[in-house]
Design a protein around this ligand. Sequence first.
Ligand SMILES: Nc1ncnc2c1ncn2[C@@H]1O[C@H](COP(=O)(O)OP(=O)(O)OP(=O)(O)O)[C@@H](O)[C@H]1O
Ligand SMILES: N[C@@H](CCO)C(=O)O
Length: 315
Amino acid sequence: MKSVSVYAPASMGNVSVGFDLLGAALEPLYVEQPFGDVVTVTAGQGISLECRGDYAHFLPKQGNIVERCAERFIERHAPQCQGLALTLEKNLPIGSGLGSSASSVVAALAALNRYFDDPLEPQQLLQFMGELEGEISGSVHFDNVAPSYLGGMQLMLADDAQPLPCFDNWYWLVAYPGITLSTAKMRALLPSDVPMTTTIGFGQQLATFVAACYRQDEQQALAVLNDVLAEPHRAAHIPGYQAAKLQLQQLGFEAVGISGSGPTLFAVCRDEQLAKQGADYLQTHYVTNQYGLVRVCRLARQGVQYMEHQLNAVN
Ligand SMILES: Nc1ncnc2c1ncn2[C@@H]1O[C@H](COP(=O)(O)OP(=O)(O)OP(=O)(O)O)[C@@H](O)[C@H]1O
Ligand SMILES: N[C@@H](CCO)C(=O)O
């Protein structure tokens, strides 16, 4: 019997300068536990889903996005299918700003596509991922699904994702306090119209960051990593965020922001000892319960990772 498992890494949406347009896949240093969800697809009767993993008990009893991915995939691309047995290893906290639903969607759709012998091209699969992610968070945005699927830092162009050459020596510290904030609610905090000066500032910062990445100008890239669009409206709704940001800046971090729609905070530095010092600070002062986590990360070069097995049926 055929079985396909796919790991899809955690990701950080927005990266301060690219609201809905820029995102990065994360790979933790020093820890062995997977920092992303794993979905396994094998033959079954009807569609069944088993959930396990550290954050499985936070999943809704009905309406898991992984099941929805399977139903949609079968409807559109495998109508002959008699059924599937799905397993979700839920390793990412939900409503965290770490691209948790995106990780499930990416792992599920990549596994389904491979299970059915790749009927979709990568670009079509990415569009499908964005659509499913949009159903769960209230609007289509690719800044989590694109990096989780493709790895690295991804900029969404009008028709596809474009990898950005980032800086290999940067440490990306992420801290999830342990509370849930819904992406849909954090999006509802944002104004529907933005003043002209803010719009120009946003465009200039994103353009400067992208150009600095291509020129590998670290100073300039770090200097513009500020969020003028979403953070001013969200920061006060994330308990402890503003105090932690100030403290990290005083410690010497060169950029601090909200990962996705929060409550995860990210901070960038180029010194490993400082990254560890920041991690200690956040563990003590930002994490509020046993579900919280702090990770010193590099950007994950690889997005999804496939594991395929041919299981021999035992009579
Ligand atoms: N496999 C799944 N993984 C995560 N959330 C799921 C899954 N299936 C269903 N859900 C539901 O989808 C919603 C996800 O909400 P939301 O988009 O705020 O979280 P998120 O994707 O974890 O956030 P973030 O992108 O900020 O990490 C929750 O209501 C959650 O119960
Ligand atoms: N770009 C999205 C990311 C959600 O994780 C937002 O900020 O709402």
